[in-house]
Design a protein around this ligand. Structure first.
Ligand SMILES: Cc1cc2nc3c(=O)[nH]c(=O)nc-3n(C[C@H](O)[C@H](O)[C@H](O)COP(=O)(O)OP(=O)(O)OC[C@H]3O[C@@H](n4cnc5c(N)ncnc54)[C@H](O)[C@@H]3O)c2cc1C
Length: 298
């Protein structure tokens, strides 16, 4: 069933309190130490990690850059670990980014650009391009739901950096109804046989299976990436079956409300799952924490 814009807005308004509460389930905690604790448990299970600081509106670019610097230092010397960053949160400051990139190069930690709204994608790509010769390992996210990602895939393959493909939280204004799975596989096809390495980042098991088959058939190495806070059991079983390496994105900092809202708007069933979980737990945070621990340990 397709929802009109007005219906989506109404759903969004009704879901806001639920989303505010639910957003908390997507972060490991407020501090780097919380994320590192989760990372240690994931590492013990043989899983790679990426840490991502989710900033709040009141965080200054200087504070965010300092948090990224602390993240880079904490990941130095750690195998299969890298840092995800959001360059619009730094207000695209080349000075701040130069500090983070410099530290990442010295610490030999990979830096990954998360994808944000389509309105910032040109600036993000241009900035990324300018950093490619700074001696740091850089990687980039391509949302399958944006038409431009097919051309961006050719750019990424040509430059030879690692790409993460996601469905994407923000719609493409040029084609807002673009099918998420079709778009995802079109980007995979654009990377297959051309890209250096692809992280297939989705909890949608049939979609990941198809993407991995296409990449492998074209001789392109790949792995699975999962997001802490979303169900992982079936995905991890698939990774075992396909002998696929796995990284888990561990967000920390502020519960990112836009994330939860965009996620619920694109799939209102999630609101029901969350409501059900909250009712079962009678709203207790303790229960959420226990559920998360279970997710990363089973
Ligand atoms: C590693 C990683 C990095 C990402 N980075 C970015 C980024 O930089 N930019 C960006 O725009 N987006 C990013 N995303 C988010 C992505 O765009 C999607 O919004 C998100 O992954 C949801 O799509 P999906 O295919 O994983 O799962 P969905 O198709 O939404 O869900 C798959 C299945 O998971 C189950 N499920 C999902 N949610 C719940 C729930 N709350 N409770 C119970 N069951 C549930 C259901 O069984 C569902 O069928 C990232 C995602 C991952 C995994």
């Amino acid at each position: 069933m397709r929802l009109t814009t007005r219906a989506r807005r109404a759903i969004s308004k009704c879901l806001r309190p639920l989303a505010r509460r639910a957003a908390g389930a997507y972060v490991a905690g407020e501090h780097l130490e919380d994320a590192l604790e989760v990372a240690d448990r994931l590492t013990d299970r043989g899983l790679g990690v990426t840490l991502g600081f989710w900033d709040g509106e009141e965080d200054s670019p200087r504070h965010i850059a300092d948090t990224y610097l602390a993240g880079v230092k904490a990941l130095a010397g750690r195998d299969h670990a890298y840092l995800s960053i959001k360059v619009p949160s730094l207000k695209f400051s080349e000075d701040l980014l130069a500090e983070v990139v410099g530290q990442a190069a010295r610490s030999e930690v990979r830096l990954h650009f998360d994808a944000l709204g389509p309105e910032v994608s040109d600036r993000s790509r241009a900035l990324f391009d300018r950093l490619l010769d700074r001696g740091v390992d850089l990687s980039y996210t391509l949302p399958g739901r944006w038409m431009r990602s097919i051309e961006d895939a050719a750019w990424a393959a040509g430059r030879g950096f690692v790409v993460r493909v996601v469905k994407g939280q923000w719609a493409d204004p040029a084609d807002p109804r673009r099918d998420l799975r079709t778009g995802f596989l079109q980007v995979i096809d654009a990377l297959a046989g051309r890209a250096r390495h692809v992280a297939v980042a989705s909890h949608d098991v049939p979609l990941v299976t198809e993407a991995v088959n296409r990449l492998r058939a074209a001789g392109t190495s790949c792995e699975m990436e999962l997001l802490y806070g979303l169900p992982m059991r079936e995905s991890l079983a698939l990774a075992d079956e396909l002998k696929l390496g796995v990284h888990v994105y561990v967000p920390y900092g502020k519960a990112y409300l836009p994330y939860a809202l965009a996620h619920m708007q694109s799939n209102p069933r999630i609101a029901w799952w969350l409501l059900r979980d909250m009712l079962k737990s009678r709203g207790s945070r303790k229960h959420t924490d226990a559920r998360q621990r279970e997710l990363v340990t089973r």
